[in-house]
Design a binder for this molecule. Structure first.
Ligand code: ZN
Length: 310
């Protein structure tokens, strides 16, 4: 099934990040590992009970990262799905958490509650009637009936919707389903993680990566064969080169900058997060890929100590 696989963003303090997403938003920490390309930094994966594709938001917490700036060429907002009748619960919960939120808005007929995490990351909760039937993780303190059901989608801020829309439609399994004054909406068949909105903001400042900004958006490939077909099409039809395939332990990935400037990833669904720890223990201890295991002691001494939020 096509759609978003995960979104990866940049945080500041790792413990504040853990507290907000586990205690505040009630997501499950499904993997505590390090950034494979920068192993002195953590890499946290938050998601549903098993970290299903489409439910995953991940962070590189860089304690001293300068604040980023949203703008052209970056993913601006990451939205989660909640049941429509849970909007009131979440407004109340954000107030109790001391998180300021914007007035309840609407986009393409859906109710949108926009707010920010402690690093300024732009987030939203989108009320969807069908989400009531979907499963949510209730181990984090949010009752199952109100729990986040995974990602709803992302909003990309771009100069022009055309070239990026073509990649979404030709390669990544999305189709355009609507336009309003500021957005073009694309949808994939997966209900979870199925939306990409392009906000056309011609002439706006370019974005700058930093704390509170989205580093990349990953899309789903069913398996390595489909990923290879997508890579071939990108080269042949769009003259876009991807990186070589990287083994991310929990999935296999390739990366490329789409024509609007956003870093895209194509990630396989397998093997998933139970490849190195059992389902009931996901996220409970620091996991390292084989090539870093010999450095475990050294890395544990430089990584900041974590207070696990239960
Ligand atoms: Zn990624």
């Amino acid at each position: 099934m096509h759609g978003i696989h995960h979104v990866t963003a940049i945080a500041g303090n790792p413990n504040a990040n853990l507290r907000f997403y586990v205690r505040g938003l009630g997501l499950r920490l499904v993997k505590n590992t390090v950034n494979f390309d920068d192993p002195e930094t953590y890499h946290f994966y938050f998601g549903d009970q098993r970290g299903s594709p489409g439910t995953i938001l991940t962070f590189f917490p860089w304690e001293h990262a300068a604040p980023g700036r949203n703008g052209i060429g970056l993913a601006e907002t990451t939205a989660f799905r909640i049941p429509l009748r849970s909007i009131g619960y979440w407004i109340q919960r954000l107030v109790e958490l001391g998180v300021t939120h914007e007035a309840l808005g609407e986009r393409f007929g859906e109710k949108v509650l926009a707010f920010r995490d402690p690093d300024g990351t732009s987030l939203a909760l989108v009320g969807v009637a069908e989400a009531e039937e979907e499963e949510g993780w209730s181990g984090g303190g949010v009752p199952a009936e109100h729990a986040i059901r995974g990602l709803h989608g992302v909003t990309l801020m771009l100069d022009d919707a055309g070239p990026t829309g073509a990649i979404l439609a030709d390669i990544l399994g999305f189709r355009e389903i609507g336009r309003d004054a500021r957005h073009v909406r694309f949808k994939a068949e997966s209900p979870v993680g199925g939306i990409v909105d392009i906000r056309v903001a011609k002439g706006f400042l370019p974005g700058r990566l930093g704390r509170g900004s989205v580093h990349h958006v990953a899309f789903r490939a069913a398996d390595e064969d489909e990923q290879a077909r997508m890579v071939r099409k990108l080269v042949e039809n769009d003259h876009l080169l991807t990186t070589e395939q990287k083994d991310r332990k929990y999935f296999r990935s390739v990366y490329f900058h789409e024509p609007g400037g956003v870093l895209f990833e194509i990630a396989t669904e397998a093997p998933g997060f139970t490849v190195d720890e059992p389902l009931d223990r996901l996220g409970s201890s620091l996991k390292l890929p084989d090539f870093l295991d010999s450095r475990r002691q050294e890395l544990e001494s430089v990584l900041p100590p974590l207070e696990m939020p239960g």
